[in-house]
Each structure stands twice: as C-alpha cells, then as structure tokens.
Design a protein around this ligand. Structure first.
Ligand code: ZN
Ligand code: ZN
Length: 385
C-alpha cells in the first residue's frame, strides 16, 4: 500500500481538531462529535457502529488473516467551562469548552485510523473506541454495559492523554498504578436549629461540622500507612443557618483519592467512624454517603514495555521515559483495564495552560506524534509474519 503524506495528514488532523474545538459537547451529548467521527471512519473504509454506550462510536479495521484484536481508545467529551481563548477556533458554545484536549485525542485516533487504513502494515483487527463522558467517569461503563467486549472483542487496549508541561514529542508512562481512584462523600449533620442567642436550647450543627472537618484530617495523617498514597479533601461546607439563626442542618462534601481498593475502603471506614463519633460528641446525628466514581488506573507491566518500544520507533530514543510518580488525578480509561490488560501513556503538549483551565487549548504540534504512536502500537502488537 502507498505511504501517506504525513505532513498532509498533520494539517488534516489540525483542521479536524479545530473544528471539534469550536463545537464542544458535554458528556453523553456528543452527537455532532460522534457523527463527525463516524463519517470520517466510514470515509477511511472502516466498519462503524454508532450509539454504543449512548453516544460512543466503535470503528473496526481488519487486515491479513490474524485472529488477534487490540483496541485504541480516545475520549470525545468537553467540560462546562467558559473559554477565555481568542483563537479563531474558540468554542462557539457558551459555557462549554475542550479544556482537557479530548478534541486532540479524537483527532489523533482518527489520524491513526486513516494511517492504518491507508498503509496497513499489521495483521489482525483494530478496534477504534471513541468513548463519551470521560470527565464524569460514566462513558466507559456505558460502553461496557452496552456489550462492548462481546460485540467488538479485543484482547488489550491502549490510550493516551496530553500533558501540558511535558515537551512536544515526549512520551511518559509507568508500570502498575498510574492514576488514582476517585471517591466522593457527603456527610449530613442533623440537629435542631434555633435562635443564635440561645445555643443551649437547640442542637446546632455548625460547630459539630467544623470539628468533623478537622477530625477528617487525621485519616491520612494518622490512619493510613505512610507507605500508602491517599487524599481526603473537604471541598464544601453548607448549612441552613442565617445571621441570627443557628443551623439545624450542615452538609460536608468532598473528594478522596487512592490507588488501592484497601485504601479506599479504609478511608470510608475511618470517615464513618469519625463522622458518627464526632456527631455523637456534639449531640447531633450524622449520615454518611460514600460513592466510588473512578477506579484506579493500573498499567500492565509487559504492555508498558511494548508501548514504550512502539513509541521509540516513531520518537527520539531519549524522548520516551518512565514517569517517576503515580498521579492523584483520575481517568475513565481505567474502567477498560479492569476487563483487559493495557497501557495508558502521557504525551507532551508543550507549554500550554493547565488542563481544565479556561485558557487551555490543545497544541496541534503534537498531533502527528500521537497518531503515529497509535499506529506503531498496532504494528508492533499485530505484527505481520
Ligand atoms: Zn479532564
Ligand atoms: Zn482528559
């Protein structure tokens, strides 16, 4: 098969990326984006399934007679953030923008599909998975619940995320835990509100809530092993009090991160004990709701080696490295890894604004590296002969 003009592909991916950037869509609302993706995949000659997990798209490309299948995954959703950029392709949807670079991820996976459909160079089946609703950790589960693994089977999966601050052309990943689980909690304290001048006559909840917030700080510092990574962050404290009335109700909300289910379970157990014990000491009642939103992202050691080796075929040798630390942010790709082994990598996005910042804009200089990395992984894992 003829080799594609890579510079032309780069320009084409940049045009797709800017079009997607101008038309961002929130999780499970990616109708235009999904239609855009499906149309391109059909143009390249792939088999396409739409509406997988509500707005997800799966493209399938087979070459040769190999019976192995691997998956590549990108995310399509945007965030409810008002863009501050002034570029011509800035968001045309008020209050919504691609502040996490999923427009870039989608364009690079489309570029890889065009590259692999045009040039081949592999033996087997590639599933191109475009998932919805990554940002709220529901899209992967929606696709899995819609029979992703049964309808489009694959043995392993690869994905990537852009990383502001890491130079363009640099890739990084690590074996084992890469990104954390995210748990959310809500502690509701219930007492009896009353006159601000007569606290002894009621069961006000604000002082109790403050004590709960302080006591929660001991979970990480005094309950978890120093060898474990955990984060407990209280992010909101809301009461129904007013200037001269003590609150009968207080809500404490927050977010926890961890890398092992045992740590997540320990945080929940300690939180319940502290909330209930402190509430009792302050003569109010406590109700704790603890939910698990994202599972930890655990890379397969052998496939990390494979992904890094593939990256070295398209990037400078010293531009591919192993990250020193796991990251306490969360990523919905982790959900796929609870079913099949795989590897998630970070690719340099250069000196852009941070992710989820209103001035962020994916750096188009990295597009070709991402597309060629995807293709290199396929050619290594589904090698000819
Ligand atoms: Zn994000
Ligand atoms: Zn993201």
């Amino acid at each position: 098969m003829a080799e594609l003009d890579l510079e032309a592909l780069h320009r084409e991916m940049a045009a797709w990326r800017r079009d997607l950037h101008a038309h961002p869509e929130f999780g499970f609302e990616e109708k235009r984006t999904a239609a855009f993706v499906a149309q391109k995949l059909r143009e390249f000659g792939l088999e396409v399934a739409e509406g997988v997990g509500r707005t997800g798209v799966v493209g399938t490309l087979t070459r040769g007679s190999g019976n192995r299948a691997i998956a590549l995954r990108a995310d399509m959703d945007a965030l409810r953030i008002a863009e501050q950029g002034t570029q011509a392709w800035r968001s045309q949807t008020p209050g919504t923008m691609h502040a996490c670079g999923h427009d870039g991820h989608t364009s690079m996976l489309l570029g890889a599909a065009k590259l692999l459909a045009g040039e081949g160079g592999f033996d087997g089946t590639v599933r191109f998975i475009f998932q919805p609703a990554e940002e709220w950790g529901r899209g992967a589960l929606a696709m899995l619940d819609d029979g992703l693994l049964e309808r489009f089977p694959f043995e392993e999966i690869f994905g990537l995320h852009n990383m502001p601050g890491l130079p363009i052309g640099h890739f990084e990943t690590r074996s084992g835990p890469v990104m954390s689980a995210e748990d959310n909690f809500e502690i509701v304290l219930k007492g009896l509100g009353g006159h601000a001048a007569r606290p002894h006559a009621g069961q006000e909840t604000l002082v109790a809530a403050c004590a709960v917030v302080v006591n929660l700080q001991t979970i990480v510092s005094r309950r978890l092993s120093p060898a474990d990574i955990g984060v407990v962050s209280v992010t909101e404290l809301v009461t129904d009090g007013t200037r001269n009335a003590l609150p009968g109700l207080a809500r404490i909300l927050g977010d926890c991160r961890s890398f092992r289910p045992e740590v997540s379970a320990a945080i929940e157990q300690e939180m319940r004990r502290i909330a209930e014990g402190t509430a009792q000491a302050y003569n109010v009642a406590a109700e704790v709701t603890y939910t698990r939103e994202f599972v930890p992202l655990i890379n397969d050691a052998a496939l990390v080696d494979e992904a890094l080796a593939a990256a070295r075929t398209v990037l400078a040798d010293d531009a591919v490295g192993v990250a020193a630390e796991p990251m306490t942010a969360s990523e919905d790709f982790a959900r796929f890894l609870t079913h099949v082994p795989g590897c998630f990598v970070f690719m340099g996005n250069g000196p852009t604004a941070p992710l989820h910042n209103p001035a962020y804009d994916f750096n188009d200089d990295g597009l070709l590296h991402g597309a060629r990395f995807h293709a290199a992984v396929v050619r290594r894992r589904l090698a000819v002969g």
